[in-house]
Design a protein around this ligand. Sequence first.
Ligand SMILES: C[S@@+](CC[C@H](N)C(=O)[O-])C[C@H]1O[C@@H](n2cnc3c(N)ncnc32)[C@H](O)[C@@H]1O
Length: 534
Amino acid sequence: MKDLKRIQNESLSAYSFRLSEVYCNSSTHQYRKNMGQFFTPLKISEYMAKLLYDEPQEDITLLDPGAGTGILIASFCGIVLNNEKKPLHVNIDAFELDENLIPLLKETLEQCKIEFNQHNIQFNYKIINNDFILENCQYYNKSKLNNFEKNELKTYNYIIANPPYFKLNKNSKQALALSGLIYGQPNIYFLFMALSSSMLSNNGILVYITPRSFTSGLYYKRFRSWFLRNNNIDGILIFESRNDIFSRDKVLQENIIVRARKKDPNIKHMKEPIHVGICYDRSLSNIETIIANYNDVIYKKNGDSFIRIPTSVKELSLIRKIDKLPFTLNDLGLKISTGPVVAFRAKRYLTNDYDEKSCVPLIRMHNFRNFDVIWPIQNNGKEICILNEKNTKHLLLPVKNYVLLKRFSAKEQKRRLYASVLLKSKFESHKNIGLENHVNYIYSKSNPLTPEQVYGIAAFLNSSIIDQYFRIFNGSTQVNANDIKNLPLPSMDILKLIGKEIIENGKSSEQILEKIVLDKLKLIDRSLFHYNQR
Ligand SMILES: C[S@@+](CC[C@H](N)C(=O)[O-])C[C@H]1O[C@@H](n2cnc3c(N)ncnc32)[C@H](O)[C@@H]1O
C-alpha cells in the first residue's frame, strides 16, 4: 500500500502516527474500543519520549507493552538520535496483541533500525504478538519476593506506554494473574502499569499516559500502595480539558502522564520534590509547572496512599493548610455510608402513592435544596416513597439528623461536594426513612448528631476551600465514601460553632458560608481560597 511508505524527511514519530491514522481508517470505532486502542497524538507522544529520555545512556533497553503502530517507540528513538551523545546499543521489545497492527508496527521499527544503523548503533527489536499480562505475570510474582535481583528475568531501563483501557472481569485470566492488586472490577490499564513496574531495572524509568482514576478511590487502593512502595513518582502532567487529548477516539477521561523511577532496594530513597504540570491544550504549547514537596503529592492517611495533583502555588498552600486539620470522620466518632435503596433492585417496593401508614419518604439527590432536604419533589416520575414492610426493613434507616452528600455531580457543575442536612424534626411523623443509593450519609456511631453538628459538617463540606481540596485528590465527578473518610476535619467543637452560625446567618449565601468556615478554621489568608482561581 502506497500510504505505508515513509515519506522523505518524515520524522519517525510522524510516520508512525500516520500509520495509526491509516489503521483507524480501516477499522471500526467499536473494534478499537473493544481492544482498548486509543492512539497517542503526535505531540503528546513526543513529549512523553522527552520526559523519559532525560540523560544519554550507552545501553538502552526499552519496553512498550501495548505498542500499536509504535508511535511511542518511534518518538523515543527520535529523541535518542537527536541527542549529541549517541548510545552504543539499543534493544527494544514491543508487545502488541492485535495481529492487524503487527505489519504497521514492523514498518515503524524497521525505519527506526535503518536510522540507528546509519549512525553505526547496534539496534535490535522484538515484536511479541501476545497478551502482555499473561506473557509476563511471572515478573509480578517474583517482584513480591525479596530476591528479585537474583532471578534471571530480563529487565528494562526504560518503559513507555499508553496502555489499553477497558474493564476486565475480575475472574479473567489477567485479573487472576495479578489478583494481589485487585479490589472489585479492575481496569486493564493499571495491571499494565503494575506489571511494567515489575519489569523495570532498579532506577529504571517509566512514563505512562493513563486516566487519572488510579490516583484515588478504593478500587485502586492496593495497586496505589504497591506502586508507591516500589517506585518514586517524580513528574506528573495533567490535562485541563477532559475531552481534548483523545478527541479522535471520543474518550472522555481526565488523563495524566506520570513519570516514575523504580526504587533500588539497596538505597535509602529521599522524598524528592515532584514536578507537576498542567496542560491547557493538546498541542502542549501551554504548560504551567510547579515543584511540589513529595508529601504534597503523595498523601498518606488511614493506611491508604493517594496521589494528589496540585497545579498552582495557591493550591499547594491550600492543601498544606487543610492537611493540618487534625481529625477524620472516624476520629470524631462518625461514619459515612451509601444510601441502601438501589432503585432498580427495589423497584417493586417504590411508589408515588404516598400513604403515611404503609410507606416512608425516599430521599434522592434531587431532594437537596442548598442545605435543606425538601420532600416530596416530583422529578421525571421517580418514585417518592418506599413501602415500609418486612421485605424493606433492611433498606430503611431510623429518622435522625444526618448529613447527606451527593455521590455524583455533573462535569459542568461548579462544585463536586454537595451536602444537605436531613433533620429529624422535619420527618418526625415517620420512624424510618429511605435513602437512595446516589446519596451518601454521615451519622454518629453513638449519640445522634445535633442540628448544630450536622449543619457544621455540611457547611464545612459545602465550602469552596474543601471543594478545591477535594478536587486536588479526586479528579472524578464521583464522591466516594472512602475519599470523605480521609478528609482532614477540625474538632467537633469547631464544627459545632460553624453549624451554630450557619443556622443563624449563613444558609442562604455562599459568601457568608465561606466567611464563617474560614473564620472558624482560622484560615486568615482569604485570597488563597477563591473559587476556580488557579
Ligand atoms: C491505547 S493503545 C496505544 C497504542 C500505542 N502505544 C499508542 O500510544 O498509540 C493500546 C494498545 O495495546 C494493545 N493491547 C490491548 N490489549 C493488549 C494486551 N493484553 N497485550 C498487549 N497489547 C494489548 C491494543 O491493541 C493497542 O494497540
